[in-house]
Design a protein around this ligand. Structure first.
Ligand code: DGI
Ligand code: FE
Ligand code: FE
Ligand code: FE
Length: 187
């Protein structure tokens, strides 16, 4: 076990073709951002490839893992968008044997960020998920340019726009997303 090809096959087996291809594009974009930011390309590749590994699991499975691993009890009040990274990291650890704490934390942080506590690898996966070559939203090219200039300014751009989107659509905002906004908005 342990080769990139084997990991790729394991991820492919758990996801729709469409979501697997997104994971391959996130891996590629994460490697590009890693080289621009002097971060280990292999860690970025693995984290990017596996970041959505648990996205297609049932709510029942996430709830079981929250209980079995004694994760924050408030997590039961959220849903797949919040669970697939934070709870998904536990599933990745158990099923894929990934133990690198930086990789697991980057998976946990990939949807909501983590305020002041984001490693460069977490920032890279957060941005690669948003900017991978298949993404096409108004402003994506601006966001890519900003992120090429300054990774942290990319994180700032994304969290500002995501929070505005969630509020406009009357979606609940996970506290960690707010913490990320409050930290990065002043950067
Ligand atoms: O898994 P992906 O679709 O590739 O992307 P993602 O993990 O960044 O985001 C998944 C979804 O989570 C996306 O529709 C936006 C949503 N999201 C991000 N932050 C929050 C959130 N949803 C809620 N309810 N609250 C949040 O704070
Ligand atoms: Fe995701
Ligand atoms: Fe994201
Ligand atoms: Fe993703």
């Amino acid at each position: 076990s342990g080769s990139m090809a084997e990991l790729e096959a394991q991820v492919a087996h758990q996801l729709s073709k469409k979501r697997f291809e997104h994971c391959l594009r996130v891996r590629d974009y994460a490697q590009k951002l890693a080289s621009q930011n002097q971060i280990d390309s292999e860690q970025a590749a693995v984290a990017g490839l596996v970041h959505d590994y648990a996205k297609e699991r049932s709510d029942a499975e996430f709830l079981a893992v929250i209980g079995a691993k004694h994760l924050d009890p408030d997590l039961v009040n959220w849903g797949n968008p919040v669970w697939h990274g934070i709870v998904g990291a536990e599933i990745i650890k158990d099923e894929l044997g990934i133990t690198d704490p930086l990789i697991l934390q980057a998976v946990r942080d990939h949807t909501t960020g983590a305020g002041a506590n984001m490693s460069k690898l977490s920032q890279i996966i957060f941005m690669a998920d948003y900017l991978e070559s298949g993404r096409d939203f108004p402003g994506v090219q601006t966001a890519r340019t900003i992120t090429d200039e300054d990774l942290g300014q990319g994180v700032r751009f994304q969290i500002i726009h995501t929070l505005a989107y969630l509020a406009k659509n009357e979606r609940p905002i996970y506290p960690k997303s707010l913490t990320t906004y409050n930290y990065w908005v002043t950067q």
